[in-house]
Structure formats: structure tokens, C-alpha cells
Design a protein around this ligand. Structure first.
Ligand code: S3P
Length: 188
């Protein structure tokens, strides 16, 4: 296989956890995975970790126990990940919207990257919105993004536009930003 994008397994390390926030479909998981592969650092999807811990998928937690119960678990998972060894963490889209303490946990422990996307851009990237209880339809998604935008901006150390860009393009920009911030460091 040929690639013009070399991998650098073990060539870099993180000085603190990096939290990716933004609306569903912004690419939080894909972009953190891409950076993990090219830089050789660890990444995790917070919702996947939550599902494993709870032994239930997010949609079932919403359906069986409601959003409040999900948000309580989400905060608990965030605290857990914030104190582990640094990795790239793709957070759920509502992480900074319902529990102010979440933004505090992320700011204190790590570096927060906001990945920006429009509702239309997000819808194009989400193959199956059934797994996303908060993505009801395009009209609601547009309203939700407008409501959440100030919260995402306030919680972020840096914002990156993802609209119409490939995962690799965005990942490369984020790598540069993390290097500049001293959060991602090249080994000697
Ligand atoms: C949510 C986004 C989802 C998941 C849950 C709630 C939201 O995560 O945490 O369905 O409130 O925006 P993704 O952003 O990874 O889809």
C-alpha cells in the first residue's frame, strides 16, 4: 500500500488529554483516530467507552432511563478519562451543553478543540441518525447548533472549521495547532 502520509508511531506524545467537542457529525471520532494513527498517540471515543462501561448503547440509555441519566453517566466518564494518561478523546456532541461542570473538567485537565460543522454538513456525514437520539431532523439540528454554538466556543481553547474539508485536512490542521500549543510534542 502506498501513502503520502507517513505514520509516526511513537514519535509524538501528549502532555495533556485533548478533548474534541462539537456537534454530531463534526468528525470528533474520525479526526482523533486519524491523528492517533499518524502521530502514534492513543485515542478513545468517550461514548464508546461509556457504552462499554454501562454495557448498553447510548440510544438504549436515552430510551430506558432518559437524557438526565445519560448526562450523569457522561460526566462520570469525563472525570474518569480526564485523570487517565493523556489521549485524544472524542466527546459526545452534548458534553458542554447540559452540565457546566463538564467544560470545567476538560479545561482543568486538558486542551479543548472545537470542530465546527453546520447541520447540513453533519447530516451528510451521519449515515444513520437512529443511533443519535438528539439528531431528530434537519430543522431541529439547525436550531440546536445555533443554541450550542456559544457553549462550544466558550469551552474551547481552539476552534477548527470542518465544513467541506476532508478528515485528513482537518487532522493536519489540528496537529499543527497542538504542536504550537505544546500539547503534542515530538520525541527527540
Ligand atoms: C449527543 C451526541 C451523541 C451522544 C448522544 C447525545 C448530543 O454523540 O453523546 O446521542 O447531545 O449531541 P456524538 O456527537 O458522538 O454523535
Amino acid at each position: 500500500m502506498t501513502t503520502n502520509h507517513p505514520t509516526h508511531a511513537g514519535k509524538f506524545y501528549l502532555t495533556k488529554p485533548v478533548f474534541f467537542i462539537g456537534f454530531m457529525g463534526a468528525g470528533k471520532t474520525s479526526i482523533s483516530q486519524q491523528i492517533a494513527v499518524t502521530c502514534g498517540v492513543a485515542s478513545i471515543d468517550a461514548d464508546e467507552y461509556l457504552e462499554l462501561r454501562e454495557d448498553r448503547i447510548v440510544a438504549d440509555i436515552f430510551a430506558e432511563d432518559g437524557e438526565e441519566a445519560f448526562r450523569d453517566i457522561e460526566t462520570d466518564v469525563l472525570r474518569d478519562l480526564a485523570k487517565r494518561s493523556p489521549r485524544l478523546i472524542g466527546c459526545g456532541g452534548g458534553v458542554v451543553t447540559k452540565r457546566p461542570v463538564n467544560a470545567q473538567i476538560m479545561k482543568e485537565a486538558g486542551y479543548v478543540v472545537y470542530l465546527k460543522v453546520s447541520a447540513d454538513g453533519a447530516a451528510a456525514r451521519i449515515p444513520n441518525t437512529d443511533s443519535r437520539p438528539m439528531f431528530k431532523n434537519l430543522e431541529t439540528a439547525r436550531k440546536t447548533i445555533v443554541e450550542r454554538e456559544p457553549q462550544y466556543e466558550a469551552a474551547a481553547d481552539v476552534s477548527v472549521d470542518t465544513e467541506g474539508r476532508t478528515i485528513r485536512e482537518v487532522a493536519d490542521e489540528v496537529v499543527e495547532l497542538l504542536l504550537d500549543a505544546g500539547v503534542l510534542v515530538k520525541r527527540d
